[in-house]
Design a protein around this ligand. Structure first.
Ligand code: MIC
Ligand code: SF4
Length: 658
């Protein structure tokens, strides 16, 4: 039987296990990416683990999420990150140089490689045939130190692309269509592999828009084969030597197949406040738009902004609409400026932001009260923009530019009837990718620091005690399905500055769901959380496990968990138990839940079926789905303690033995 592209790359990197869906496998990691708001913990844990230095082919530390440095604490974080990159041997991308996924794509993404990143949109280079996976910071630290990355072998789904996109339909609409069909839970435990004749009709930046936003499906990763379009892109970004042909075998067998006829795709839009809330743009046409933003790791590339620039050339945006362009990288900014597009867009009424994540997580350009914001981003979770009850729509740059011109949501195909000479701008690569994003990237050889510089806000990573025999506590919070990590540990400006200070950051834990939670959690002696399906979807931030741990949460009962968050719960010693819908319904906030079994013993011995007793009154089943390795980590009180204990016991000095 032939292999899928995913299986081929995994096979090449396999250090443990078999490529059977659901089986735990360990893989060697070639490249590592971290960013400023998850990176501080990555390096603090790297230091705590006593690791000598970077062992992967490439490790890159980007500063992209909070580049406005509203507070000295942000700037201290950036200085610490530069010192860590220098001390341990990673590339350092300076604040303002661009969003990690964009800068990585331009400088390092390479076919056939594996990559781990402490950001959920790490799969972006899948558009160039790289198998890239998002993970919690501790897993990234271990991989960077030379350890294997462990994951349950995902199912590989064949997304067969046929036909060609018609005028005004874009790669963004392709991924929105998949979200419409499959929902934000549809990709959990899966890797989406794109095949079929439609692939060659898409250029690399279009492919990376799709692989980037595959994360919103809950997918482990997304990947395209490589071809002449990949070669062409790598040549233009000045790295022709990185080209390698990677593709599935002709007789590869997939677990499932989805067909997308590109010729049937039309402009789509995700309504507030979930990325899968997708409808044709025409269905919501006429809604007044107050703010339009083009940018982010999904649609912030030079090639994404160019079509919008062409649409705005010689025109003016509507007087009641504000428009912001935040290029994904400094290289994109520079190229737009050198080619005159920045001036064209400014003349049309656009404001420019530096190359940053910024508005995507509510750092700047927060929408006004009761206003509508149209963004080319990938997430519109409620409140993420920086204001509760926001109304954020997600769409392509073309739909965004059309809305800015019209002052309301409009299908660009309809706008052509009203605006003279407005034509589909198409999608083109630049002849040559020139720019400074390389010079703002400090190589390990050029490092300016050789020791860690920690500001007063950077504190140690807290540790947890080993799992006890008895686990009991109050249900401190009952939550619905699809709770995001933005609910658990928000990323807005007033919170982000505490990403390196867990005691302080924990004061914001779950306040988006219930303001009294942190206080109640601190007062109670331990406790548990109860949630519906897909608990912890969204970001990779391990703070969403670490802060609840710090507040004394011992277990989360949920109908199901998002992949990265579940791994983070293990890493920080919180027991993730699955309960059925009936049990979820019957338990109320304030109930006392007790695990009937000797938890430590049961976890270590491999027991999967647990019994929980509620209010000392009735019992229900709960399930622990964990590998042997995850069980040991959990029982030891988390991965940091687990790996340290192994080192102290002399069981392997390398994290590979974790
Ligand atoms: C996000 O898009 O939610 C973030 C902010 O990039 C996060 C990382 C973080 O919380 O720092 C992610 O996607 O993992
Ligand atoms: Fe940055 Fe937004 Fe992309 Fe996350 S999704 S990496 S915050 S641009």
């Amino acid at each position: 039987m032939g292999q899928t592209l995913t299986e081929k790359i995994l096979d090449d990197h396999l250090v443990e296990g078999e490529l059977e869906p659901g089986e735990e496998i360990g893989i060697e990691v070639d490249q590592v990416l971290t960013q400023d708001t998850t990176g501080t913990l990555v390096w603090l844990q790297f230091e705590a683990l006593d690791l000598d230095g970077v062992q992967t082919e490439v490790a890159a530390q980007y500063c992209d999420h909070q580049t406005y440095q509203f507070d000295f604490k942000n700037t201290d974080d950036h200085r610490f990150l530069r010192s860590a990159a220098g001390t341990f041997g990673a590339y350092f991308s300076r604040p303002g140089n661009g969003i990690c996924h964009n800068v990585h794509k331009e400088n390092f993404a390479a076919p056939g490689k594996t990559m781990l990143g402490s950001d959920s949109h790490t799969p972006t280079p899948g558009g160039l045939g790289e198998l890239a996976i998002g993970a919690g910071g501790l897993d990234v630290a271990v991989a960077m130190g030379g350890g294997a990355y462990y994951i349950d072998m995902p199912e590989v789904v064949n997304v067969r692309l046929e036909g060609e996109l018609p005028a005004w339909a874009t790669a963004k609409d392709v991924i929105l269509e998949l979200l419409r069909r499959l929902s934000v839970k549809g990709g959990v435990g899966k890797i989406f592999e794109y095949t079929g004749p439609g692939v060659e009709t898409l250029s690399v930046p279009e492919r990376t828009t799709i692989t980037n936003m595959g994360t919103e499906l809950g997918a482990t990763s997304s990947i395209f084969p490589t071809d002449e379009r990949t070669r062409e892109y790598l040549e233009r970004v000045g790295r022709p030597e990185d080209y390698e042909k990677v593709e599935p075998d002709e007789d590869a067998e997939y677990h499932d197949e989805i067909t997308v006829d590109l010729s049937e795709i039309e402009p789509l839009i995700a309504e507030p406040s979930m990325p899968d809330n997708v409808v044709p743009v025409r269905e919501v046409a006429g809604v007044d738009v107050d703010q339009v933003i083009i940018g982010s790791c999904t649609n912030g590339a030079f090639e994404d902004i160019l079509p919008a620039a062409k649409m705005l050339e010689g025109r003016e945006i509507d007087k009641k609409t504000e428009m912001i362009v935040a290029p994904g990288s400094k290289q994109a900014s520079e190229m737009l400026a050198r080619q005159g597009w920045t001036a064209e867009m400014m003349a049309a009424g656009v404001n420019f932001s530096e190359a940053t994540c910024g508005a995507c997580i509510g750092n700047g350009h927060v929408p006004a009260s009761d206003s509508v914001s149209l963004r080319t981003f990938n997430r519109n979770f409620e409140g993420r923009s920086g204001i509760e009850n926001d109304s954020v729509y997600l769409c392509s740059p073309e739909v965004a530019a059309a809305a800015a011109l019209a002052g309301e949501i409009v299908d660009p195909r309809d706008l052509t009837k009203e605006v003279d000479g407005l034509e589909d701008p198409g999608f083109e690569l630049a002849d040559e990718y020139v720019g400074v994003s390389g010079s703002d990237l400090i190589t390990p050889d050029e490092a300016v620091d050789d020791e860690l510089i920690k500001g007063p806000n950077i504190s140690d990573v807290p540790l947890k005690d080993p799992l006890p025999a008895d686990l009991a506590g109050e249900v401190l919070l009952k939550m619905p399905g699809n709770i995001t990590t933005d609910h658990i540990s928000p990323a807005n400006a007033d919170v982000l500055m505490y990403r390196s200070n867990i005691p302080k950051l924990s004061e914001f834990t779950l306040t988006r769901v219930d303001k009294t939670f942190p206080e109640r959690a601190k007062e109670s002696d331990g406790g548990v959380l109860l949630a519906g399906e897909n608990y912890g979807q969204g970001s990779s931030r391990e703070h969403a496990a670490l802060c609840p741990m710090y507040l004394g949460i011992d277990a989360v009962l949920a109908q199901s968990f998002a992949r990265i968050h579940k791994a983070n719960l293990f890493n920080f010693g919180i027991v993730p138990l699955t309960v059925d819908a009936e049990t979820y319904e019957q338990i109320d906030q304030g109930d006392e839940v007790e695990v009937v079994d000797d938890v430590a013993e049961a976890v270590r011995s491999g027991k999967a079926e647990f019994t929980i007793r509620v209010n000392g009154d009735w019992e229900a089943p709960a399930h622990l789905d964990a590998s042997k390795r995850e069980r040991e980590i959990l029982a030891d009180g988390g991965k940091l303690t687990h790996v340290k204990q192994k080192h102290d016991a002399g069981e392997g000095a390398a994290p590979a033995d974790d």
